[in-house]
Design a protein around this ligand. Structure first.
Ligand code: KG4
Ligand code: ZN
Length: 338
């Protein structure tokens, strides 16, 4: 089954064609990052307009690159939630029009379920059940992936997402948007022991976590240094910050692995590209004898191939939509896709 997949929930317009949920035939992306960088973050109205301008050309490009025709497409999958509402709407409206014109099923996909499904593209042998650490710009949670479309959230952030904190700290340090990757690069050159930052303490749910205290402490440290004219060792601060985020995430995931008895751990979302988190997960998984699935960096960030992968399994589970499909700014990953 060849699925034309569409992703437009934030600042990447993407169209892919994916076969049987596992094989990327093409993955076309038009990034708007350079434009939003001028403003230091995503400007929703600009994002929506740019999606409209890019999406039709990208769909044509996807067909051209694969040598397929419209008749070869068996279904249209689209991110329908969560995201910037105007941005998501562009993708949903395009997908509706495409499904109607092609007379093929319209398959709504939750963006975070898509991030998890990036693992199916990177590891064709991976099948649920497994545990997944989801760390994106807007979400941080530990997910029990019981089946392709059946999940439970074991715990997650009680306040900010890890990606939000990376971006905020990077921005205050003067790094260009989106700052997570730049902060990661700087951290590699630093000494993490040079600054002391707070780590999130366990609460009543051992899998829940908090990042706002770490974020505030880091910002206070930066502002204080600026106010008293003290030179900051930026690389070391980035290293201490990355270590603190990783120390918040990794032990909780490891505890969840132990308690669920799962031997398979996957990671998903843009922050899964972080070198410190990847390294700590590798060490921890090895000591437990668990298999670790980490998609390549190109599949950690937003892309449409992951939507095509999850779309296949949503379709197999009978989760299709009609022309009444709406876009949603927020939506849980649990339960039926709609
Ligand atoms: O999953 P994603 O592409 O978009 C959302 O669904 O939110 O995640 C984007 C987030 C941004 O916060 C970005 O700064 C962060 O992923 N990110 C990183 C790295 N690469 C991207 N954060 C830390 N280290 C990285 N190497
Ligand atoms: Zn995303």
């Amino acid at each position: 089954m060849k699925i034309l997949a569409v992703e437009s929930s934030c600042d990447e317009t993407a169209v892919a064609i994916v076969e049987d949920g596992r094989k990327i035939l093409t993955d076309c992306i038009a990034s708007q990052v350079d434009l939003h960088r001028i403003y230091g973050g995503v400007v929703p109205e600009i994002a929506s307009r740019m999606h409209i301008e890019a999406i039709y050309g990208l769909a044509d490009q996807a067909l051209e690159r694969t040598g397929l025709t419209r008749k070869d497409i068996d279904g249209v999958a689209v991110t329908y939630a969560p995201g910037l509402i105007g941005a998501v709407l562009v993708g949903v409206n395009f997908a509706k029009a495409a499904a109607l014109a092609l007379d093929k099923p319209l398959i709504p996909v939750h963006h975070i379920r898509g991030h998890i499904a990036a693992n199916y593209l990177a590891y064709p042998q991976l099948e649920p059940p497994f545990l997944c650490l989801v760390v994106s710009g807007g979400h941080t949670m530990i997910v029990d992936v019981q089946d392709y479309t059946k999940m439970a959230i074991l715990g997650g952030t009680l306040d900010d997402a890890a990606g939000e904190c990376f971006d905020k700290v990077a921005r205050v340090l003067g790094m260009p948007y989106p700052g997570g990757a730049a902060l990661d690069k700087a951290a590699v050159l630093g000494d993490e022991g040079r600054y002391q930052l707070p780590h999130s303490k366990p609460g009543s749910n051992p899998y829940d976590m908090s990042f706002s205290g770490l974020k505030t402490a880091t910002l206070n440290l930066i502002h204080h240094a600026q106010q008293v004219g003290e030179a900051l060792d930026v690389n070391s601060l980035c290293a201490a910050f990355s270590a603190a985020v990783s120390h918040t995430l990794v032990p909780r995931v490891i505890q969840a692995l132990k308690e669920t008895g799962y031997r398979k751990l996957a990671v998903a979302g843009g922050v899964a590209a972080n070198s410190r988190i990847r390294r700590d997960l590798q060490t921890a998984a090895k000591s437990l004898g668990a298999e670790l699935y980490m998609p390549p960096l190109s599949l950690c960030g937003d892309n449409a191939a992951m939507i095509g992968a999850q779309g296949y399994y949503e379709y197999m589970a009978g989760h299709v939509a009609d022309m009444g499909l709406n876009a949603y700014a927020t939506k849980t990953i649990l339960g039926e896709s709609l």
